[in-house]
Design a protein around this ligand. Structure first.
Ligand SMILES: Cc1cc2nc3c(=O)[nH]c(=O)nc-3n(C[C@H](O)[C@H](O)[C@H](O)COP(=O)(O)OP(=O)(O)OC[C@H]3O[C@@H](n4cnc5c(N)ncnc54)[C@H](O)[C@@H]3O)c2cc1C
Length: 474
């Protein structure tokens, strides 16, 4: 059997590898002139400054049950601490690699934090395949995960993970510092902090910080894309770039489409049953991202020295401020003080910029498709916690939601998760089906982040889609 994989994002490449491992011949077709989709590094500003255009921090890739089996040879660069959250009093709260150190930084909220995450970190190897796996999980696997973490701990964690960030932060933590710090992690969900399951994102990222770390790949995200592409070729597959697919092949080959639901409708050209097509067109996209990359003359001069030890820095002050920002992006409003995620790769990887110089990567959430320039607002947030930052900027690249979508059709309106990740679309992704990767068209599967387990670089959407396709051949 032969398959065409449409799109070479991490999910397309994972699908290709899993198909090849299952004995299927594979051709990958990619619209862009490079492989990797969201994994792409480019000199966006000045020669010698290598910027990750989309994904850069890779806890999900480093912890991916499938990627871990591949031994890809990517060199993970671990910052001393995964993340920092500076506050207006000049201090910062850190997610450290060690739970105990993190708990120390949370002061009197440390004990509650430890109670919640310790069993999850200890049972990570059993939990990850369940959380990133098929739903419902195979009973034996779920039982093993329960055994390794303890039933009470799992019940507590599930309750927290399915909750909203504000309720969990306010019930778990007494201090504003801890609440703000947790909110920063939860805001990765691109959901209002009062919407479920925003707490689950924060909890997952914290657990990953301890169990895996939040590494970047040395040299840039492209190195991970190239390693995956190399594995496709080594297994006998082929990859054609600069080759957009405009219609699903109808020559009996399997098709695994690393595309968003509305694009599957476009490519199917009326062949999908009307009811399924309607459901795909009702699929909802979340807020967009407004992305900045800087070439810098020196490291970011954080007021809180501790921020220098972190790979990622969350700029949003308090839980209330972050909540206001995320509601704005969700409901179509531009806010003056957006929640900003900053990554300072060159503090730990000097291959990405000329000697003594630095790159930094940042984005904030904005309404889907927004055309508003957020450069000033983002830089004001950095300046607030790192006065003098602007004087270091040698050059900047700006990518609004529409620019991102123009580069990659999957980034609809700048939505980087392949669709809103609220409770409704977490499992019923893109729609409620026993196997969400399959479609009513025989031999055609969706394998993008618009299928479970959703956004991020882990390749598990592609892996599960390929498993479904291979099983259908037996
Ligand atoms: C600004 C930004 C920052 C991010 N940061 C992180 C991060 O730090 N860590 C993290 O884990 N995730 C991050 N993400 C999310 C991550 O990049 C995505 O969730 C992930 O790349 C999704 O993988 P995918 O394979 O489903 O799709 P994509 O990576 O989007 O790849 C889809 C590919 O398919 C191609 N394609 C689409 N249609 C066609 C067609 N018809 N014919 C041929 N080719 C086609 C596209 O050109 C693209 O190359 C970020 C995303 C953005 C935009």
């Amino acid at each position: 059997m032969t398959a065409v994989v449409v799109g070479s994002g991490p999910n397309g490449l994972a699908a290709a590898i899993a198909l090849l491992q299952g004995g299927v011949e594979v051709e990958v077709r990619e619209a862009a002139d490079w492989v990797g989709g969201g994994l792409h590094t480019e000199e966006l500003t000045l020669p010698g400054f290598r910027h990750d255009v989309c994904a850069t921090v890779q806890p999900l890739a480093a912890g991916s049950p499938f990627f871990r089996t591949l031994d890809l040879g990517v060199e993970w660069v671990h910052p001393e601490a995964p993340a920092a959250h500076p506050l207006d009093d000049g201090t910062a709260v850190l997610l450290e690699r060690e739970i105990v150190e993190t708990a120390d930084g949370l002061g009197r909220d440390g004990a509650a934090y430890r109670r919640l995450v310790e069993p999850l970190v200890a049972g990570y190897d059993e939990l990850a395949p369940v959380v990133l796996g098929r739903m419902p999980p195979p009973p034996r696997r779920a039982l093993r995960a329960l055994d390794s973490t303890g039933a009470g701990a799992v019940a507590r964690a599930v309750r927290a993970a399915l909750g909203d960030a504000r309720s969990v932060a306010e019930s778990l933590f007494a201090t504003e510092r801890a609440r703000a710090w947790f909110a920063g992690h939860c805001a990765h969900a691109m959901l209002p902090l009062e919407r479920r399951p925003s707490a689950g994102f924060g909890l997952t990222l914290a657990v990953l910080g301890h169990a895996v770390g939040w590494p970047t790949s040395r040299g840039g995200a492209s190195t991970l894309a190239e390693a995956l592409a190399e594995r496709v070729r080594a297994l006998g597959g082929s990859i054609v770039t600069g080759s957009p697919v405009d219609e699903l092949p109808q020559d009996g080959r399997l098709v695994l489409a690393d595309v968003v639901p509305r694009d599957l409708v476009r490519l199917a050209r009326g062949r999908l049953p009307e009811r399924y097509e309607r459901r795909l067109l009702r699929y909802r996209h979340g807020p967009g991202a407004f992305k900045l990359d800087w070439a810098l003359d020196g490291p970011i001069p954080w007021t809180a020295e501790d921020c220098r030890r972190a790979g990622t820095v969350h700029l949003g002050g308090t839980l209330d401020e972050i909540s206001h920002s995320e509601w704005g992006a969700w409901s179509g409003r531009i806010v003056e003080r957006p929640f900003v995620l900053v990554v300072q790769q060159t503090m730990f990887d000097d291959t990405r910029a000329p000697e003594g110089k630095h790159v930094a990567w940042a984005y904030c959430h904005v309404p889907n498709g927004s055309g508003v320039d957020m450069t000033e607002r983002i830089e004001a947030q950095v300046e607030r916690f790192a006065p003098g930052f602007r004087e270091l900027v040698l050059a900047r690249s700006t990518l609004g939601p529409r620019d991102l979508e123009a580069r990659n059709r999957n980034l609809v309106g700048g939505d980087l998760n392949g669709g809103a990740m609220d409770l409704g679309q977490l499992f019923a992704r893109p729609t409620l089906r026993v196997s969400p990767w399959s479609t009513p068209l025989e031999g055609v599967y969706l394998c993008s982040a618009s299928t479970p387990p959703g956004g991020g670089v882990h390749g598990m959407c592609g892996y599960w889609a390929a498993q479904a396709a291979v099983e259908s051949l037996r």
